[in-house]
Write a protein that binds this ligand. Structure first.
Ligand code: CDP
Length: 210
């Protein structure tokens, strides 16, 4: 069978992570949540008490990452998403992380990667590219629920402000800005539940493989 590389991009809390995990399980492929790489880089800087725009330290932190030692719980905390989007705007950090991601995508039968620049920069030749979106309000609602479930503070208005600020920072940066690849299919999940979004994504993948 031909290799299957699925590239999933989209803004904060669009549901791309959940979709990517479901697709990976369905096709029995490894999944890489590339946001964790930027979160782990930011986390290393914060642990060392360094500012998030310390380029040299950020590059060293990015270089030292290993895909197997992520402390998910800590990295997924709300402030870490914010911090990640600051280090993710540094071109040197992005350059440092390219090889690791491409090696993951090249392995075995294929892979599912989710992030902001998978279809545009990391895997321009992916078999399928899906750009997942949802309105800022829906995304803020989902993130508030997710945080509340984990016992984190979850005030809807401030989360909505966060989501919008992150959209702006991720879209406006000069290197690898958040935007759909020319050959990506956009999937708007505003009115879809998890199952509905998965079905729609599956249809996109099946169509691309025909
Ligand atoms: O789930 P959520 O979108 O909140 O977070 P994430 O996917 O873990 O991404 C956190 C931040 O990392 C984003 O706001 C981006 O600035 C950055 N990121 C990126 O620049 N490129 C990627 N491929 C993945 C994440």
């Amino acid at each position: 069978m031909t290799r299957l590389v699925i590239a999933i991009d989209g803004p904060a809390a669009s549901g791309k992570g959940t979709l990517a995990r479901r697709l990976a399980t369905h096709f029995n492929l490894p999944h890489l949540d590339t946001g964790l790489l930027y979160r782990a880089t930011a986390s290393a800087l914060l642990d060392e008490g360094r500012p998030l725009d310390d380029v040299e330290a950020a590059v060293v932190a990015a270089r030292g990452l290993s895909l197997t030692d992520f402390d998910d719980q800590r990295l997924r905390a709300r402030e870490m998403g914010e911090a990640a989007s600051v280090v993710a705007a540094l071109p040197e950090v992005r350059a440092e992380l390219i090889d690791l991601q491409r090696r993951f995508a090249r392995n075995g039968e294929g892979a599912v990667l989710d992030g902001r620049d998978i279809g545009t920069v990391i895997c321009p030749d992916a078999s399928v590219k899906i750009f997942v979106t949802a309105s800022a309000e829906k995304r803020a609602q989902r993130r508030a629920l997710e945080l509340a479930r984990r016992g984190e503070r979850a005030d809807y208005q401030s989360i909505l402000a966060d989501v919008k600020k992150r959209d702006e920072r991720d879209s406006a940066r000069s290197v690898a800005p958040l935007k759909p690849a020319g050959d990506a299919t956009t999937l708007d999940t505003s009115e879809l539940d998890i199952e509905g979004a998965f079905r729609a994504a599956l249809a996109i993948v099946e169509k691309a493989r025909q």
